[in-house]
Design a protein around this ligand. Structure first.
Ligand code: FRU
Length: 914
């Protein structure tokens, strides 16, 4: 906005400073037919006069008596779009068309000195040439006293001044018959031509008394010819009578000629008239300038006058020029003034802008300085933090390194005691005197010692890779055949999992160099991983094919398993050290990173894909052509067999219990994904208890519901549903909420214990546990339960307070009782309907009622009937047999027997007692 105002202001000043140029509104074109003293005088007068009109200027074009060139000049002036034309036409006839054209196109035309034979002009300024000619004739007659020979030196043929002067001259002499015009010649208004023509005449005529030269230059030419050829001069009369060098006045004084008639130039009048026309002021069309004779009698006075005039003129010129100078100075000063104002405004503006910018900059600088300070401070803080972090990370690194070193060392240390466990165990196992149970337990020890050994070896191997000390043993072999040899070893596992296993290749030979031991480990890890995570009856597909990459040819080994999905956020970490895909599953989390390390040691590549709908695939690329040094083949297979022995979790023969069988032994459900652990717990408890096992939370839940065990022992970390979730679900379920649960886990942190108890666990035993302690906890929990149900059973019979049961269990019994009482008189009251009503199966109902009350559902129904009957007996309204039927007993005798069994006396004795 400010800039716009400023620009407008500057534009206004600029307009004002330029204004004087725009004052020139009129341009006047002047076309002179000749170039001589007379024209020069006239032009000077016009120049001087136009100086008084600041709104007009003049353009003068002159020719040297050349009609054609004058026509061109006039055309040119028309083209310049002059506002008015002042023309002194050389000839009348030839110039008429161009003058008419100008006039008719709207340009005002002023004719000066000479005329044209048409009325197509705006105004005329000049003397009356006829009158001049006549006055010359009369003057000559006077000089000659009416007698003598006269010569006429005429002007330009075709010009009106020549024609009119001649006519006037002839008329002036017509009353003097003794005056003879003896000769007539064309000097064309030019001195030299007149001189030449006069020389001819002088040759012809001896006696010449007077010569009328139509202008003063021709008079001088006549004079010079006469002097030259006759030595004497006739009386010479000229026209113009101009002052100054070569002018008629000087000629008369110098005796060059005798008289001259003033032919006024009238330049000032012409301009005056032109301005009137241009400004639409009234003007006269015909402006006649007057003449008079100048001769010896008045030349002196006239010269003085003309000198005075000239002097005045000079003064006027000097005033004019100083005025012009002043004007120019004024204009310059005005321009300077405006420029100064513009400059001042601009400077002020820029000063203001600069000041504002300076202030803004200072402010910004202050802000920046402040920010800089702040940044510096923050940078300092960051630097300190970085240093601290670096120190911490260094410490951490050192600590981690120390831990890992310790870990590796201790792993090495473990090897010896483990070997010392394995050795004796193996020799004990060969002992034929072992009982079956002892043999099984020792096998368990052997298997797990082996497993520990492998885990330790894995850690050591991985550490050696990390330290760049992995020993590679490359040898020639055929990868396809190698895999084909290993595959049958997995057949047992594959069968157990009911997995559809396939191995396919693309027909390439796969003769290559690789470390067989390492590749066996890679392959074992991939296959065992796939078999662990494949769904039951799913598929594991192994493919081996050739792959051409920019880096060269590779053997692409892919292992796909259906039924598992690894989300992308986990997928990116699967090869990280200690990262476990399923936190619930067992293992070190080193398997896949070790696999990746082994692949890398082959200069290969490992990748993984997982799709929610299909499954997961691991893909290993091993170079087909290797530059690794080939060593002798010292590889002895056996890794897979021994690993399989320690890895796989054979599913034992499941205890298929039914509610009616084995009623004497309490039932324990063991939910544990580690087969050996499960087996070990079985060993601890199977003498006193019937054991049911489940290897995951989902299975555990369904078996708990199915068998309603007396106690559940569950692991916490399991794939799928963990122990906490299982516990919560069991405690929310009507059929299982009364069952005591022991959580058995390696996680011994307090928070985890808290979660365990919150999810309803009755006990929490950390691993490794003492077998004896486990036995005691199981026995105590079952005994407790037993006591509760006995107390509850009694309270049911005796109608005492039933505080021993939990709220959910109490509600369950109340529901049972309410349903029985509703249909109490029906002796056929159906346990199935009752189970339906309580949303349980018949066997669930049986085990639930049994474990809550120690009675079977039928016994509990009978107790409810008896209690009802007792209330009826108490009211003494009905007979014993009526009571028996109303309480749903099939006969009074059966009622009496049942009553006595429970209350120790018959209904009759009871009534008598009352
Ligand atoms: C100037 C002139 C004058 C003369 C006039 C006639 O060019 O020759 O001397 O009086 O023209 O038109």
């Amino acid at each position: 906005m400010k800039i716009k105002v400023l620009l407008c202001f500057i534009a206004l000043l600029f307009f004002l400073s330029c204004k004087q140029d725009k004052d020139v509104r009129y341009t006047i074109g002047i076309s002179q037919c000749s170039d001589d003293l007379w024209r020069e005088t006239m032009n000077n007068e016009m120049q001087r006069e136009i100086g008084f009109h600041k709104d007009a200027n003049i353009i003068i074009r002159s020719v040297k008596d050349d009609t054609q060139k004058q026509i061109e000049d006039i055309e040119w002036l028309i083209e310049q779009s002059v506002n008015l034309l002042i023309i002194s036409p050389n000839e009348s006839k030839a110039l008429m068309p161009v003058i008419q054209k100008a006039y008719k196109s709207g340009i005002p035309v002023i004719l000066v000195d000479r005329r044209i034979d048409t009325e197509d002009y705006t105004a005329y300024v000049g003397a009356d040439n006829y009158q001049i000619g006549k006055e010359v004739g009369l003057y000559a007659a006077g000089i000659l006293n009416g007698r003598g020979n006269v010569v006429e030196m005429r002007g330009w043929n075709g010009s009106t001044s020549d024609a009119e002067r001649h006519a006037g001259f002839v008329d002036g002499l017509k009353n003097y018959p003794e005056i003879q015009i003896i000769a007539e010649a064309r000097g064309n208004f030019l001195k030299e031509e007149a001189k030449l023509q006069m020389s001819y005449i002088l040759r012809e005529y001896e006696h010449i008394d007077l010569v009328f030269a139509m202008n003063d230059p021709m008079a001088a030419g006549v004079y010079e010819a006469s002097r030259k050829y006759t030595g004497k001069t006739p009386f010479i009369i000229g026209v113009d009578a101009l002052s100054g060098e070569g002018g008629g006045i000087q000629n008369i004084q110098n005796n060059v000629q005798d008289a001259s008639f003033i032919y006024p130039t009238g330049g000032d009048k012409v301009i005056d008239l032109a301005m009137k026309i241009l400004k639409n002021q009234p003007f006269d069309r015909e402006n006649t300038l007057y003449t008079t004779v100048v001769d010896k009698s008045n030349v002196r006075v006239l010269q003085l006058q003309t000198e005075q005039i000239a002097e005045q003129q000079l003064k006027i010129d000097s005033i004019n020029s100083s005025l012009n100078d002043s004007l120019v100075r004024y204009t310059n000063q005005k321009t300077l003034f405006y420029i100064s104002i513009i400059a001042i405004v601009l400077i002020s503006f820029f000063l203001l802008v600069s000041f504002k910018a300076y202030r803004a900059k200072s402010k910004a600088n202050r802000l920046l300085a402040h920010q800089n300070e702040e940044i510096k401070r923050q940078a300092e803080e960051l630097r300190e933090q970085k240093e601290q972090l670096l120190a911490i990370s260094k410490q951490l690194e050192e600590a981690t390194h120390a831990k890992l070193v310790f870990f590796t060392n201790i792993s090495h240390e473990f090897k010896t005691p483990l070997s010392l466990i394995l050795g004796p165990v193996e020799s004990l196992l060969t002992d034929g005197y072992l009982t079956k149970e002892q043999h099984e337990l020792l096998t368990l020890v052997k298997k797990n010692s082996n497993r520990l050994l492998y885990l330790i070896s894995e850690i050591i191997e991985f550490r050696s890779y990390e330290n760049g000390k992995m020993n590679m043993h490359f040898s020639e072999g055929n990868l396809k055949e190698f895999i084909e040899d290993v595959n049958p070893l997995f057949s047992e596992w594959i069968k157990r999992k009911r997995v559809n296993f396939s191995f396919s290749t693309d027909g390439t030979s796969f003769d290559m160099v690789f470390d067989k031991e390492k590749v066996e480990k890679i392959y074992f890890n991939l296959i065992s991983n796939a078999l662990k995570f494949v769904n039951i009856s799913g598929e594991v597909k192994v493919k081996l094919k050739k792959k051409n990459l920019e880096r060269g040819d590779f053997a692409e080994l892919s292992v796909f398993n259906s039924g598992s999905y690894i989300p992308p956020e986990i997928l990116k970490n699967v090869f990280d050290r200690f990262y476990k895909v399923d936190q619930g599953s067992e293992g070190t989390g080193i398997g896949l990173s070790l696999t990746a390390a082994l692949v890398e040691a082959h200069k290969g590549k490992i990748d993984v894909w997982s799709d929610e709908n299909t499954g997961t695939a691991f893909c290993v690329l091993l170079p087909l052509v290797s530059d690794n040094p080939v060593m002798s083949d010292s590889y002895v297979s056996g890794y897979t067999e021994s690993r399989l022995e320690s890895e796989t979790d054979e599913i034992g023969t499941e205890l298929q219990l039914t509610a009616s069988e084995n009623e004497d032994k309490p039932v324990v459900l063991v939910v544990e994904d580690n087969y050996d652990m499960c087996k070990f717990i079985q060993h601890i408890l199977n003498k006193e208890y019937t054991i049911i096992t489940a290897d995951n939370g989902v299975d555990g839940l369904s078996k708990a519901k199915k068998f309603i065990p007396d106690i559940i022992i569950s692991d916490v970390m399991m794939p799928g549903k963990d122990g906490f979730e299982l516990c919560s679900l069991l405690k929310e379920n009507v059929s299982t909420n009364h069952i005591p649960i022991i959580l058995l886990t390696a996680c011994s942190l307090d928070e985890q214990k808290l979660i365990g108890f919150e999810s309803g666990a009755d006990a929490y035993i950390p691993k490794p546990f003492n077998a004896h302690l486990l036995k005691i906890r199981v026995r105590k929990l079952i005994e407790n339960r037993q006591k509760i149900k006995e107390a509850f059973g009694n309270s049911l019979i005796n109608d005492t307070k039933k505080e021993s049961l939990g709220e959910m269990e109490q509600n369950f019994i109340n529901d049972f009782q309410a349903y029985v009482e509703e249909y109490i008189s029906n002796p056929e009251l159906n346990v199935d309907e009752l189970a339906d009503h309580l949303k349980l199966s018949r066997s669930q109902l049986y085990r639930k009622i049994k474990s809550l009350t120690n009675y079977s559902p039928n016994e509990l129904i009978r107790i409810v009937r008896l209690k009802y009957a007792k209330r009826l007996l108490n009211s003494k309204v009905k007979s014993i047999s009526e009571v028996a039927y109303e309480a749903g007993f099939s006969s009074p005798s059966y009622f009496a027997k049942c009553f006595k069994d429970i209350y120790g006396e018959s209904p009759t004795e009871y009534l008598e007692q009352m």
